[in-house]
Design a protein around this ligand. Structure first.
Ligand code: NAD
Length: 440
């Protein structure tokens, strides 16, 4: 099949590469000249494990090509995927300008039947809105489909290649046949392609992300309680996670959720519920808890060093919103850095993959970037762990101790055992567990 993907970001590129890998011809469109130049020269603009090898193979075999011409895409493919940004507006609602603009242009360019498949996360009713807009611009037949994407950055290729489910919102039998053919190679093991109406499909994506965010905020509240009652959130997590009704995943307390999806999707669903005069109380609490959670590590720092951090330097491990990605959108690290600097501190940070993105998007943030995790520590007053990259998990504690001015670690991701770190002579504060001062 010939497929076009409009928007070649985290979702669009993975979608394009994976569809090409199973034998389709894919034309990826983007209007960012810098991104396009990189892709055309064989370079991947994002960090995503496992993507490169598939990308190279499909490009080499001529199944994967790139362009900035929407006209070319509309001519090339019967099936056109939209993987465009839907960022939050001031009021929390999703900004549909990119999706609507491209859909309108497609309608004007179409001369034959086309299927517009929306992979962007969009509010309930968007498929209807897109359909209406396109119908006002063309008499050519078309279908609009909702096909929300559930891939996780950092495991995007695996998630796309072996999805636990594919959700498709359509009532057209013609589209169902096309989508069945398209997704067959990805669901060979028997995972379902779940068909439903467009509105339910659109809501499914928001419900999934909001539910996961709720799990995180719930555990963060349990962690707050653990600290007050003298319990350990890791024990509680193990205790409840082994109940299959609850499940082991998304139960980790930490510095709050971030990224390009959870914060904006929870906000957007909350906005939708208000639009329909329903006060979605849980979502409000999920957002409030998350905002507070990002401050928690700062409170712990203040409780040891006081309110005035001038003259102090903090070494930060991790900038990306989670490990295995270079994505820093809505990363808790940004709030933590900002707050530390507001209190007068200096920040030296290291991230294995996200420093380029940080330099690009925050050129004026007065943070020094180090070449290695250990280089951040040289003369710093404390280490603050913000992202749980694997390489931070078993460090050389003796080296950390020798480099830091004070043997102090604030761990926002609970990646070490409390007693182990304390026994090695550190002051160690984490989330939802006891703080131990192991300094002699
Ligand atoms: P992104 O910002 O990485 O990519 C969007 C791309 O679209 C960019 O490369 C941008 O240059 C391009 N673009 C913008 N306007 C364009 C236009 N008029 N023509 C051509 N290209 C244009 O965003 P993303 O993270 O890939 O997210 C895309 C959508 O998928 C969003 O709605 C998001 O909520 C949803 N989503 C994201 C993830 C994720 O993990 N990132 C997961 C599931 C769903």
């Amino acid at each position: 099949m010939n497929i076009a993907v409009i928007g070649t970001g985290y979702v669009g590129l993975v979608t394009g590469v994976c569809f090409a890998d199973v034998g389709n011809n894919v034309l990826c469109i983007d209007n960012d000249p810098e991104k396009l130049a990189m892709l055309r020269s064989g370079e991947i603009p994002i960090y995503e494990p496992g993507l490169e090898i598939l990308f190279e193979r499909s490009v080499k075999d001529g199944r994967l090509t790139f362009s900035d011409s929407l006209a070319e895409a509309v001519k090339y493919a019967e099936i056109i995927f939209l993987a465009l940004p839907t960022p939050p507006m001031e009021d929390g609602s999703a900004d549909l300008q990119y999706v609507l603009k491209v859909a309108g242009e497609i309608a004007e360019l179409m001369t034959d039947y086309r299927v517009i498949v929306n992979k962007s996360t969009v509010p309930v009713g968007t498929a209807d809105k897109v359909r209406e807009l396109m119908a006002s611009k063309t008499n050519v037949a078309f279908d609009v489909v909702s096909n929300p994407e559930f891939l996780r950055e950092g495991a995007a290729v695996e998630d796309f290649m072996k999805p636990e489910r594919v959700v498709v919102g359509t009532r057209s039998d013609r589209v169902k046949k096309i989508m069945d053919t398209l997704y067959k190679p990805f669901v060979m093991s028997g995972n379902p392609v779940i068909y439903m109406d467009e509105r339910s499909s659109e809501l499914t994506k928001y419900a999934a992300n909001s539910f996961l965010a709720t799990k995180i905020s719930f555990m963060n509240e349990i962690a707050q309680l653990c600290e007050r009652v003298g319990a350990d959130v890791d024990n509680v997590r193990r205790g409840i996670g082994s109940d299959t009704r609850i499940g082991k995943r998304f139960l980790f307390a930490g510095v709050g959720y971030g990224g390009s999806c959870f914060p904006k999707d929870v906000q957007a669903l909350h906005f939708t519920s208000q639009e329909y005069n329903y006060p979605f109380r849980i979502l409000k609490a999920v957002m409030d808890v998350n905002a507070l959670q990002k401050e928690l590590i700062i409170e712990k720092i203040i409780s040891l060093f006081g309110n005035d951090l001038s003259g102090k330097t903090f070494a930060l491990w991790g900038i990306a919103f989670k490990p295995a990605t270079d994505d820093i959108r809505e990363a808790p690290s940004l709030v933590i850095m900002k707050r530390l600097m507001e209190l007068g501190a200096k920040v030296v940070a290291f991230d294995p993959e996200a420093m380029k993105a940080f330099q690009k998007y925050y050129p004026n943030m007065n943070v020094n970037l180090a070449d290695s995790m250990y280089q951040t520590l040289d003369g710093a007053d404390a280490l603050v762990i913000v992202t749980e990259w694997n390489e931070f998990r078993t460090p050389d504690f003796a080296k950390i101790k020798s480099l830091l001015k004070n043997p102090v670690i604030f761990d926002g991701r609970n990646i070490y055992e409390v007693n182990d770190v304390a026994e090695q002579g550190f002051y160690y504060a984490s989330i939802g567990r006891k703080t131990i001062d192991g300094r002699k």
